[in-house]
Design a protein around this ligand. Structure first.
Ligand code: DP6
Length: 359
């Protein structure tokens, strides 16, 4: 196979991951639970090439984004070699030098602005590279490998409602697990976009500074598993009020921890705060709406599909809200094209709409 194209969607955590275990391998220190979202898509094309390169939204990219992409390719290849050895198989994938790949990735939503673009990026790359390198990893294994590069990416391998346990002492491989399918519950997340610029402090940097310097970090570690458990049970029971209140608790506790770092990490702008107040006002007026915020200034408002239009109208009118995106639960990462082979079982082929995918 010479090329493959995969798509993946970002996910928004209802129960936040913030902080890593100290012994490396990017193991989260708290369990998290997310919704994979349709309506925002990363499309990634991978092809055999003379050297590894990354083109992101039309721009040749070097530096950390490229290093992380190459690190994922290496993990995918090395893991195949380890599995062959373990199973006593002969020579094959994962041995010798890894074939070099050209990666062309495109997001149809803002990159690096708290919309979890790295999650969909590494999930799509894992699926496309697994096809071109013919490494044959399971979705579970790809989730664990993507999680090593960016923990939230491990969740975007799956659709619907997805959980990622905290890492234990021996917790390798640690992978995300599907909790409930896309059609489990007709929820919507209305994203209030409050800036089009890139965030100043990335999530990795922000959570590492928090765990190193925030006096509130121990409190977060103590509180997060219980918040997660309440959200998990209430998602399964489709109890929006319990989910929503705990979702706000998770986000506010995470941000309080980050605010108390030295120096304090402040992801919010004025519009972020206005939207939080507006959401609570809407609730007092009887609309089911609950907010969550990631490592950026956008606010994601959780509501029922039946109320999404009303919530969108209210949120879009708030000064400082540039635009809104209404997202529903979506599918996990999947292959949409692979040269010389039929797409993997379960993969949905999408019609190219306008621009060449990944161009
Ligand atoms: C606030 O998964 O981006 O979005 O593992 O260091 O790459 P790394 O971090 P990342 O962190 C996501 C943080 C969050 C909450 C969440 O998605 O759970």
């Amino acid at each position: 196979m010479t090329h493959a194209i995969a798509v993946a969607h970002p996910n928004i955590a209802l129960a936040k991951y913030w902080g890593k275990r100290e012994h490396g391998r990017n193991l989260p220190s708290v369990p998290s639970l997310s919704i994979t979202l349709a309506g925002m898509t990363t499309t990634t094309r991978v092809e055999l090439a003379a050297m590894d390169t990354l083109e992101l939204n039309g721009v040749a990219t070097v530096g950390r984004a490229c290093e992380r992409a190459v690190a994922l390719l290496d993990l995918i290849w090395q893991e195949a070699g380890r599995e062959r050895q373990h199973e006593g198989q002969g020579e094959g994938q994962g041995e010798g030098e890894r074939p070099r790949l050209r990666i062309v990735s495109h997001n149809d939503f803002p990159t690096s602005a708290g919309l979890a673009s790295s999650a969909s990026a590494f999930a799509a790359l894992a699926v496309a590279a697994n096809a071109v390198l013919a490494t044959g990893h399971s979705t579970e294994r790809l989730s664990s490998l993507a999680r090593r590069i960016s923990a939230s990416a491990g969740r975007s391998l799956y659709g619907g409602f997805v959980e990622l346990p905290a890492g234990g002492d021996e917790a390798e491989p640690l992978f995300a697990r599907p909790l409930a399918a896309v059609d489990h519950w007709p929820l919507r997340l209305v994203v209030a976009v409050t800036t089009e610029t890139e965030k100043e402090v990335g999530s990795t940097e922000g959570m590492n500074a928090t765990s190193r310097t925030s006096p509130l970090y121990a409190g977060w570690l103590a509180a997060a598993p219980d918040i997660f458990a309440r959200i998990r049970a209430a998602v399964l029971a489709r109890d929006l009020e319990t989910v929503g209140l705990a979702v706000e608790e998770s986000a506010l506790t995470m941000h309080a921890t980050a605010l108390a770092a030295q120096p304090g990490i402040l992801y919010w702008n004025g519009a972020t705060v206005e939207v939080m107040h507006a959401v609570r006002r809407l609730r007092r007026q009887g609309l089911p709406a609950y907010f969550t915020i990631d490592a950026g200034p956008h606010v994601k408002v959780l509501t029922l599909a039946s109320h999404a239009a009303a919530v969108t109208t209210e949120i879009a009118a708030i000064p400082g809200v540039l635009r809104t995106i209404s997202a529903e639960p979506g599918e996990g990462a999947r292959l949409i094209e692979a040269s010389g082979t039929e797409p993997a079982e379960g993969a949905r082929l999408i019609e190219p709409s306008g621009a060449e995918p990944g161009a």
